[in-house]
Design a protein around this ligand. Sequence first.
Ligand SMILES: CC(C)(COP(=O)(O)OP(=O)(O)OC[C@H]1O[C@@H](n2cnc3c(N)ncnc32)[C@H](O)[C@@H]1OP(=O)(O)O)[C@@H](O)C(=O)NCCC(=O)NCCS
Length: 261
Amino acid sequence: MSAPKLRYASYSELPEIAHVMALAFFDDNLFGDIVHPHRNQFPNDVDLYWLRRARVNFWDYRWRWVVAVDRDKNGKEVIVGIAQWERLGDGGKKMECWWFDPRNLLKPLSCTAMGLHTLIWPNRASDPIDEDIVERAYPCFGDVWSGERAESWYLEYLALHPDFQGKGLGRMLVKWGLDRAEEEGICASVASTRGKDRFYQKVGFEEQYGNAGEGEGNPLAKVETGNMFWKMPKLSGQMTVGTAQTATDNSSQVPKGSTGA
Ligand SMILES: CC(C)(COP(=O)(O)OP(=O)(O)OC[C@H]1O[C@@H](n2cnc3c(N)ncnc32)[C@H](O)[C@@H]1OP(=O)(O)O)[C@@H](O)C(=O)NCCC(=O)NCCS
């Protein structure tokens, strides 16, 4: 094995990415126990959950898909980790295509295609009631990205192949987004999963503020998870660099996640 490196993912790599995500979150209390209660009976179906979401969200131009790659014993490059970062706020809107750009069709078309994909290949491992629990939760706690927190690089997902955990790659993938946030003078944010608070604190998220289970009717309220962690921009004298924006439309700040794939 050579030294792992980071690069952007391509669309054709989404099945490999989905498999890493499925393995990494297999025993998680949210993506395992709640979303995929039948995963031990149908372990391969878990990939479908991650793949369909990836195929839709890949066409959201505010997202950056950063992978850690290594080489196997035959010298073939393999994906061993993935971080999905989303730029929220006005900075994210600037990354989107102009309204008349035909690439805007890719996300809705993918969403429709993944709806058909679900009919043909249902995810037998999932609970149909809770399969979209994460997408339903975002509007409930989305207000957290407002005021001085409106402009943010948000770490939607971070996953390392189980064979590659504990080697510093999680820290590398987090650093990618922390560096972008620092360059832009904005904050970085993440919603932790169970048992990962200490990890996020160790790798640079200095402040705990908010929880992904907050807000009226939040379906994640029942889940033991979701502390939010932040790295706020560095102070320059008494001024906070680059955080002058105030959210006027909070709904536009909310990560949209997948759209029903
Ligand atoms: C959580 C995860 C991303 C960490 O990545 P990793 O590559 O294994 O972590 P690293 O090797 O970069 O660890 C960086 C530091 O955090 C520590 N750390 C890692 N996981 C930790 C945990 N669960 N609790 C406390 N500390 C942890 C490491 O010991 C290391 O500390 P050190 O610098 O003092 O030695 C990875 O284990 C994973 O993919 N888990 C399954 C999926 C998941 O839970 N994703 C995150 C939730 S969105």
